[in-house]
Design a protein around this ligand. Structure first.
Ligand SMILES: [Zn+2]
Length: 247
């Protein structure tokens, strides 16, 4: 009787159907359940959310930058699984990871924007990944969400892999709906999954500024090692037209 009672309590506290978002193994500990990542996978993830990020490259368009993880190993699995593995449910966990840094760093913003994917890609995937994350993030942070950024269908095939290069100029534009672009003077927190060169973020910042945005803070789930050099220096002119797209 007592044994059955204890078992019921344990099951209620630790339902057995909760699994790691990286390896699908069952999660047993509270610490694992916080982000739905098992202890083993946590060891293979490099948390850099507590590191100060100094952006000296004004050309990027955002004045502050925060990120959560190094873009390698299991974090790649999460990002790729989420966007191209039809794992839309991961949006909730990604938003939670972003929100933890947002609250720990006491970031002050008025509303949330996101780097949208194109209508064609949205149809293929069945959802717009960062829009889903931004919606969850807005819920957690109680910030307003703005849908002022839109992405054209141009350059779709070239952005399939990070190795491909593509001119991203003009890929993003402001939404036609006036209520979506009502961000005059607002501090915007722009969220994205991975930053590699900063090209995508800086294009989005241009559009946000055209809509009248004040300060822009970038928050990404992960940072590729390649971004280190873009933090401090202006992007050389000859690279400018062939910049990698952070897809
Ligand atoms: Zn795992």
């Amino acid at each position: 009787m007592i044994k059955r009672f204890l078992k019921a309590i344990i099951n209620a506290l630790f339902p057995s159907d909760v699994t790691c978002i990286c390896c699908d193994n069952e999660l047993r500990y509270e610490e694992e359940r916080k982000h739905c990542v098992c202890v083993k996978c946590q060891q293979e993830i490099n948390y850099i959310g507590d590191k100060p990020q100094i952006i000296e490259n004004a050309a990027l368009g955002f004045s502050e930058f925060f990120t959560v993880y190094d873009y390698e190993g299991k974090i790649k699995n999460i990002v790729v699984g989420f966007k191209d593995g039809k794992k839309a449910y991961l949006a909730e966990y990604i938003a939670k990871m972003l929100y933890d840094v947002y609250s720990q760093k006491e970031i002050k913003a008025d509303c949330v924007a996101y780097t949208p994917c194109s209508p064609q890609k949205t149809r293929q995937r069945g959802f717009d990944p960062m829009k889903l994350v931004a919606e969850k993030f807005a819920e957690l942070s109680s910030l307003k969400i703005t849908h002022c950024l839109e992405r054209s269908n141009k350059g779709l095939d070239q952005t399939e892999s990070a190795d491909r290069y593509k001119n991203i100029k003009g890929l993003f534009y402001a939404a036609k709906d006036k209520k979506d672009t009502d961000i005059k003077g607002k501090t915007i927190i722009l969220i994205d999954d991975v930053i590699t060169t900063g090209a995508t973020a800086s294009e989005c910042c241009k559009v946000l500024k055209q809509c009248g945005a004040g300060k822009i803070i970038l928050l990404t789930l992960a940072q590729a090692a390649s971004f280190e050099r873009y933090k401090t220096s202006f992007i050389p002119r000859n690279e400018n037209k062939n910049m990698a797209v952070d897809n």
